[in-house]
Design a protein around this ligand. Structure first.
Ligand code: NAD
Length: 318
């Protein structure tokens, strides 16, 4: 089946960027968010605003959700006038939120009872990669649903991995965010050691970048820490959700993790101190304040820009 009319629900920091790329690719895009103000830019580019989840479903065959929490997803699917009341066999629901695998599986069963199809496809790589259309996409669900979704996924992202049964992609996504979040905390401590020892922070950045301690998080978030904007386009409420979901997985799987609970504690402290919508990178401010020392230096950008042109998505086969 070829889907021409695409619905997109959840137009936040990353959702709005993913939606833009669907529009650039020439699809008819129908959008909805609890906050209509999030739609202005997309409507100017040609998207069609709809006032309800029902109107999105009535006008489309493929619906994408990109929502801030498992609770928000449940609300959109099962809440009053939710997806479950209107979805039918012509529809494919693609869940792009970072969410709870158990809830994902529960909701997918309800959707399938209505004859509709489901694919989970969380994205990873950050707002700048979402903007350029080069973000990575982890997918799981029935292979035929992946095949149907692929034309759209290849407009949204570049490297697309099919991970097998439903739940696998949500779990992998939470795992990779756990690793990125640990890395962020350790980068704060590493840069602080350099600063207090008297190493120029520009040299520290370069030294780490050309050595074994380098990482994706260093190459992206360290720059925003050193600039002081912290503007990664990802917020404290969302990072707390993600590290909480990872911690829940360790408990469900009886893994006696020690780092994970500590990380949950640190991010919750940051959320309490700086607020839900503070940028997640600003977690290093906790350490800066405790040390009475900041990590600012010149020559780093306030926002990240993916310098690569959009590359048409490909399926990665391990
Ligand atoms: P966000 O908090 O910036 O935006 C979420 C949007 O969803 C808001 O505009 C909000 O009004 C809307 N919303 C909430 N409840 C709703 C409801 N019931 N009905 C309709 N709209 C509703 O979030 P974001 O940064 O765009 O992230 C969305 C999802 O993608 C999250 O699960 C996040 O973890 C994941 N993600 C984010 C990034 C990133 O860099 N920001 C990267 C990868 C994955």
């Amino acid at each position: 089946m070829i889907d021409h009319n695409i619905g997109f629900i959840g137009l936040g920091n990353v959702g709005s960027k993913l939606a833009s790329n669907i529009l650039y690719a020439g699809y008819n895009l129908f959008i909805y968010d609890l906050d209509e103000n999030t739609s202005n830019e997309l409507v100017n580019k040609g998207a069609i605003w709809k006032n309800s989840v029902k109107d999105i479903i009535d006008n489309t065959s493929l619906i994408i959700t990109c929502l801030p929490s498992p609770q928000a997803v449940t609300e959109v699917v099962e809440g009053e006038s939710g997806m479950i009341d209107y979805i039918n066999k012509k529809h494919l629901w693609i869940e792009m939120s970072t969410t709870d695998e158990k809830e994902m599986i529960r909701l997918s069963k309800l959707i399938e009872l209505k004859g509709a199809n489901v694919l989970e496809a969380p994205v990873t790589g950050g707002q700048h990669k979402a903007e350029s259309g080069n973000i990575s996409v982890l997918t799981a669900g029935k292979r035929e649903n992946f095949n149907r979704a692929f034309p759209i996924l290849s407009e949204i992202g570049f490297e697309v991995l099919y991970c097998g049964k439903l739940g696998n992609a949500s779990t992998l996504k939470v795992v990779t965010n756990y690793l990125a979040s640990i890395n962020l905390l350790s980068i704060g401590e590493a840069l602080m050691v350099c600063k207090k020892y008297g190493i120029d922070l520009k040299k520290a950045y370069q030294g780490i970048k050309i050595s074994s301690g380098n990482s994706f998080v260093h190459e992206t978030e360290s720059q925003l820490i050193l600039n002081g904007s912290f503007d990664i386009g990802f917020t404290m409420d969302l990072v707390c959700k993600d590290v909480g979901l990872f911690d829940q997985l360790t408990n469900n799987l009886n893994i006696p993790a020690e780092v994970s609970p500590l990380m949950v504690k640190i991010f919750n402290e940051g959320r309490k101190k700086y607020g839900d919508r503070a940028l997640s990178t600003s977690i290093v401010k906790l350490l800066e304040e405790k040390c009475n020392t900041d990590l600012r230096t010149e020559g780093f950008p306030s926002r990240l820009l993916d310098k690569e042109q959009k590359k048409k998505g490909i399926e990665i086969k391990p």
